[in-house]
Design a protein around this ligand. Structure first.
Ligand SMILES: [Ca+2]
Length: 176
């Protein structure tokens, strides 16, 4: 409490573990890797991220373009560097060991402003928008949401159902 000088106060391995499905130990190991590349300022800039990218997405030559695109997508607040949390998002979204369902769940939960995992139509559309941005899919989020919601009678949107739908969506499943 009140330990403002430490960046550790901003994140807690257990909470991040819950959010990402990655075991706390692995989160700590990833943080060590992060520090090694980013240095003690706890900020990873674009060049540093390029060095990580080939480790995150092994196989094939990516060039800087793919890394820079991912960097831009995960630097959500446009600070020009990735915090550890932002880096972790990149890890979950890019790492091949993460299943499509886990990836979709993470994407859905990460920025959901609604409590208890409730998916509002507005938020559902935002999830599609974010995926369209990230994967550069020219989709219409309103259409995508309407398709998902078509024929549904229950008022509350079940988050698991939504995650499964997103993970198996033909437009996105090839990226997942
Ligand atoms: Ca940032």
């Amino acid at each position: 409490m009140g330990n403002k000088q430490s960046n550790f106060s901003q994140w807690d391995p257990n909470r991040l573990s819950q959010a990402t499905g990655i075991p706390p130990q692995q989160i700590l190991a990833l943080h060590q890797n992060f520090i090694q590349v980013a240095g003690n300022d706890n900020k990873m800039d674009k060049k540093e991220f390029r060095r990580c990218y080939d480790v995150l997405v092994p196989g094939g030559t990516h060039g800087h373009k793919a890394a820079d695109r991912a960097f831009k997508a995960f630097d959500r607040d446009n600070t020009g560097y990735l915090t550890f949390e932002e880096f972790l998002s990149a890890y979950v979204m890019l790492n091949q060991h993460v299943t499509p369902y886990e990836r979709a769940s993470f994407l859905i939960d990460q920025y959901n402003p609604n409590s208890n995992g409730i998916i509002t139509p507005e938020y559902g559309r935002q999830v599609f928008d974010r995926m369209n941005d990230f994967y550069e899919v020219p989709g219409d989020s309103l259409d995508a949401w309407s398709q998902f919601n078509e024929g549904r009678r229950d008022e509350t949107i079940d988050r698991d159902q939504f995650a499964k739908y997103v993970a198996n969506h033909p437009q996105y499943s090839s990226y997942f």
